[in-house]
Design a binder for this molecule. Structure first.
Ligand code: ZN
Ligand code: ZN
Length: 419
């Protein structure tokens, strides 16, 4: 059978932008290598979870790897923790965390990401201070800074379990079952964690979370690192916003169990790493994730070792969130010029099935993930060209693959690879 190469460009999908003559960033970007794939493959659109849902990356990735999220998803926190090498037991409370900036008198949020210039080193030093100085009543915790302003918190009760059925303290997101939905015009104050049911476990979760947030705030606002940031004219990272609690890891069958195939994964962010590890994919580490030629080299190497390779490049999502049309277009062009250019000449399409798609759309005009379906193309020899001339949302809308659901893509790739 053929090998499978599954490439996901985070947040690739977009909407027509006025400043680009009503093209999307992908359509406006100069992408000769991706277009060369479109000129021999089949295109389509994919709803990462299902029509009308604007997913977060974690649920989206689980879904596009073939898992039914309604059945398996347990919240983002446990996946982030798992991908950050923190063990999550059933009954632990795991949160996705963000360093942010608040007004120290009113707790009004001034910047959701502490200016987006908190270095990983600064964040790690702040986390160390929080871990050594904060003590919780009746529980232990691990707080870990991951990448930039991002982090993860796991609280473990000394006796008994905790429940994730609690509201976010991050006002930007509201709980909806195990999911969080980004809300427009959110309240500006840090919210108190409140239990969403009357169980003792949820009550304890809320109490411990509030205790952690306020004790961490006291430590952070007086930290030397934040004093220095204020002196440098930067925003202090003086609060930890928490969202997306979960109290267990998803219990999913591995890809090996499902398809009998071995997979390697090349991913960048903890949450994607957490999912990749859970699915049983072997991690192919990437020393410098800003070097796209290295990504291409790693993919080619991994294709020799595994039946399938999953590569998840973060690039276009961040400028999408920041509303930077040119930034997102540049990021797509860079991936084409440095990743695909170094990859495509070395692929033998009689031996590999290549899929290129996204985990969700992040339109610049929205500065958030949207429910728009994502562009998709599948290329391999013997899989007849559908007449597409370029890789973009409008060509994908006319492509032969039609409109599929995220969880059906991997089974489809396996089927094509077996032909
Ligand atoms: Zn994403
Ligand atoms: Zn995003």
């Amino acid at each position: 059978m053929k090998k499978i190469l599954y490439i996901v460009l985070d947040g690739l999908g977009g909407r027509p932008e006025a400043s680009l003559d009503y093209k999307t960033t992908l359509e406006a970007a100069y992408t000769p290598y991706m277009d060369s794939l479109a000129k021999k493959g089949q295109l389509g659109l994919m709803d990462p979870i299902s029509e009308g849902i604007a997913p977060e990356s974690d649920a989206a990735v689980l879904s596009i790897l073939g898992y039914d999220v309604d059945k398996y998803y347990t919240g983002r926190g446990p996946l982030e923790a798992h991908g950050s090498d923190i063990k999550v037991r059933d009954g632990d409370l795991a949160w996705r965390a963000n360093f942010a900036t608040v007004d120290e008198d009113t707790l009004k949020i001034l910047d959701r990401r502490a200016g987006r210039n908190l270095t990983t080193e600064e964040a790690k030093a702040l986390a160390e201070e929080v871990n050594s100085k904060v003590k919780l009543e009746g529980a232990d915790f691990i707080f870990k800074a991951t990448v930039g302003h991002r982090g993860v918190l796991v609280i473990r009760k000394k006796d008994g379990k905790l429940s994730a059925n609690v509201e976010n303290i991050d006002p930007g997101y509201k709980r909806h079952g195990p999911y969080s939905i980004a809300i427009s015009n959110p309240p500006v104050e840090v919210q108190k964690c409140i239990p969403l049911d009357e169980s003792l476990e949820a009550e304890e979760s809320a109490r411990l979370t509030n205790e952690f947030v306020m004790k961490a705030f006291e430590i952070l606002k007086n930290s030397e690192i934040n004093k220095r940031r204020r002196e440098e004219g930067k925003k202090p990272a003086n609060i930890i916003l928490l969202r997306d609690a979960g109290d267990s890891l998803p219990k999913i069958p591995t890809l090996k169990e499902l398809y009998g195939l071995s997979f390697g994964s090349i991913v960048e962010m903890p949450v994607e790493r957490g999912i990749a590890l859970l699915t049983g994919m072997k991690e192919v580490p990437i020393e410098d994730s800003t070097n796209y030629k290295l990504w291409a080299d790693k993919v080619l190497e991994a294709l020799k070792e595994f039946d399938g390779v999953y590569a998840h490049l973060k690039g276009p999502d961040v400028p999408g969130h920041d509303g930077l049309v040119d930034g997102k277009k540049d990021s797509i062009e860079k991936i084409d010029a440095e990743f695909f250019s170094n990859l495509l000449p070395y692929l033998d399409f009689s031996k590999v099935v290549v899929a290129v798609t996204a985990d969700h759309s992040t339109p610049c005009s929205l500065k958030a993930h949207s429910e728009d379906p994502v562009p998709l193309m599948i290329v391999t020899s013997g899989h007849q060209w559908d007449g597409s001339e370029y890789f973009g949302e409008s060509s994908c809308a006319k492509g032969k693959l039609g409109r599929i659901k995220g969880k059906d893509l991997l089974p489809l790739l396996v089927e094509i690879a077996r032909k």
